[in-house]
Design a protein around this ligand. Sequence first.
Ligand SMILES: Nc1ncnc2c1ncn2[C@@H]1O[C@H](COP(=O)(O)OP(=O)(O)OP(=O)(O)O)[C@@H](O)[C@H]1O
Ligand code: SF4
Ligand SMILES: [Mg+2]
Length: 317
Amino acid sequence: MVKDLLSSFLEVQDLSVEIGNVQVLRHISFDLGKGARLGVIGESGSGKSITARALFGDLPPNSTSTGKIRVGGNSVLDLDKGDLDTMRRTLLSLIPQNPGMTLDPSMKIQRQISEVLTPSGVDAADRALALLTQMGFDGDETEIMQRYPHQLSGGQRQRIAIAIAIGSNPELLVADEPTSSLDSLLARDMIEVIKAYAISTSSTVLLITHNLEEVSNLCTDVAVLYRGNLVEIGPVDRIFDHPQHPYTDALVKSYKELYGSRRYLERAERSTNDYVATAHSSSCPYYTSCPKAAKRCLSEAPTPISTKTGVMCHFPL
Ligand SMILES: Nc1ncnc2c1ncn2[C@@H]1O[C@H](COP(=O)(O)OP(=O)(O)OP(=O)(O)O)[C@@H](O)[C@H]1O
Ligand code: SF4
Ligand SMILES: [Mg+2]
């Protein structure tokens, strides 16, 4: 396995994914340097989790993909199982959207956490305890350690998944809605934990969320997905203050109007997504919902983004 020192630690080039006959990602390109923290937002079904799974080399079995993904110089889509496992152990951690599915139901929490901790002078059990304290298990860490996953609530499992991901000391942390089962105070704490880890280790983070406040708090950059297309990417402040894609503009406005509530944001997102096929594959994917749509948008799809910052639109705002 090759591990080059690259200025771009994570590179995604022209990635397209089909599951069955459905194209779920189309010509996605972006790259992140070491220490960059990218928030990925977009309505349900837009391809956020599939992007995360692609980075982890874990696409569904009936999928096909084209394009390139490089993590620390490793070409993820070309690795065999052994090299993929090595990469997952040494470079990359995923906090999956449903952590209950990935925790081992037959293993106590203590063992699951201790297994990922790399050897150091400090005893693994002590380090596991310290990690749980960091995750807000305030006083009941010892008891939690002796439980099996099914004996924990969804929120507790989610925090264990974050502990395991951070405990393995990854250079790239992919977090797929890591706070969805947590109340707002704990959610804020977990975002702070991830941020502190990322800053202290110069790790790269990809955070998938419906909560724009989390993106503001944690991320340096933001990517907006719409029906499998990357429609806008760039620095957080620029995109939230001056969105250029009409879909980003609608998303940010609806969030600002209903500020602070993820539940409402999801509803606002879904109201723009009727899940019917767009007019024609050679049209802009946002054509049927776009307030700025013009004739050209129906006959010609805008060019996919291939630079570090950009917008996929003929008539950016
Ligand atoms: N295992 C699978 N088999 C078939 N289709 C799938 C599978 N996983 C995802 N898809 C499809 O791929 C598309 C993208 O799904 P994905 O899970 O990435 O959405 P998402 O943006 O993460 O949504 P959410 O915000 O609800 O988590 C959807 O159309 C979904 O139905
Ligand atoms: S290309 Fe046209 S339809 Fe698509 S987002 Fe831009 S203005 Fe709207
Ligand atoms: Mg998802």
